[in-house]
Design a protein around this ligand. Sequence first.
Ligand code: GLN
Length: 449
Amino acid sequence: VRLYLARIEAEQHLNAFVEVYSSDSLQRAEEIDAKLTAGTAGRLAGLVLGIKDVLCYAAHGVQAGSKILDNYKSPFTATAVQRLLDEDAIIIGRQNCDEFAMGSSNESSYFGVVRNAADRARVPGGSSGGSAVAVQAGLCHASLGSDTGGSVRQPAAFCGVVGLKPSYGRVSRWGLIAYASSFDCIGPITKSVEDAALLLEIMAGADEFDSTVSTKQVPAYSKSRTWNESQKVRIGYLRESVESEAVAPAIRQRTLEVIEQLREQGHTVEPVEMPLLKYGLPTYYILTTAEASSNLARFDGVRYGYRSQQASDLESLYKKSRTEGFGEEVRRRILLGTFVLSANYYDAYYTKAQRVRKLIRSETEQLLTRYDFLISPVTPTTAFKLGEKTDDSLQMYLADIFTVGANVAGTPAIAIPNGLDENGLPIGLQVMTQAFEEEKLLSFSQYMS
Ligand code: GLN
């Protein structure tokens, strides 16, 4: 803990943490040390963990990177976090993120931008940027992020670490500040696939506080990771992802090399078409903004956090608190979501997007009955420069073109490091499989990495 505290201090300019729990974590370390001596320590004894600022931890601040939750302390702990604590993980602090987990660059946080440790003039990706950089720069062993459309995998790829988005419903969302409830997943960001497997194993499973979490039994992910090399699989790769000019040449090249290597190892690797891929982003942005506009209605200046001092009556209290408390991107999405849910447009946008979601899901499921895994790059480019896309939301949204599919379909997907580009920036490879097949996904990615 002391080592990590010193590193966090030395790397403050990365802005990965919004709050560090120095005395808390040192005290817990001592308690766990005593347990180790007594032989009663849990499976994560000594693991130093950072949590994204959207995960509740009792008696600690949590504010989703937003001014609107200023001074808010959570009265309870998220299930996923509690399960890690129960195994004696030590939480060293909460990590910077895009406001309400909306973003792909970690430039929209109330606490300022986060920097990529590979090149400080570049973004770490988002929205779990602080969590990815913290692992990249060795400021903690592992982090917990949240992934609604790519927010664990995309920053993991930009920072050269491992990011796992589990199947929807594998991990309880209780205590995760909601962005878009039918997409949100808590996922680990780690140095290795093995670490991700262990954290998932401990966090996953039924929870009476989340009615959408699956009651399916949780396999011992950490024990089943050795891939039997004689087992040959069928893999599909998105043809577009290695042919399109929109994907950076170094990324296409590295992806092709992986394809070649898998073939040499005796696996069947074939190009696949996903005609509905181009509808992934519009579907995602209609449905997530709709859900966000509803989820964020609770932040009204009355119940939580920030309250405007300029208000003269109840209506102006709501209006001014929300206008002053939310940043620009969050306000944009609340407006978009309110629009697509409004009486005159509901059928044209919201209902239609729900239908398209169903089509994308069945297209993905069908492909995954023909192939064991689907692989693609995680992102079309490597980490871009700070400020490069802040004026163009549509360009920013394109960063998630390969990641949103897994959230739309509810399937698990992992980002693993796949070399560097010509500027020494990390490249990621995404591997996806059928829902609730994390065991297979983890052991195959372990074998590949
Ligand atoms: N970048 C995407 C968005 O802005 C994904 C965010 C996420 O996964 N939380 O919505």
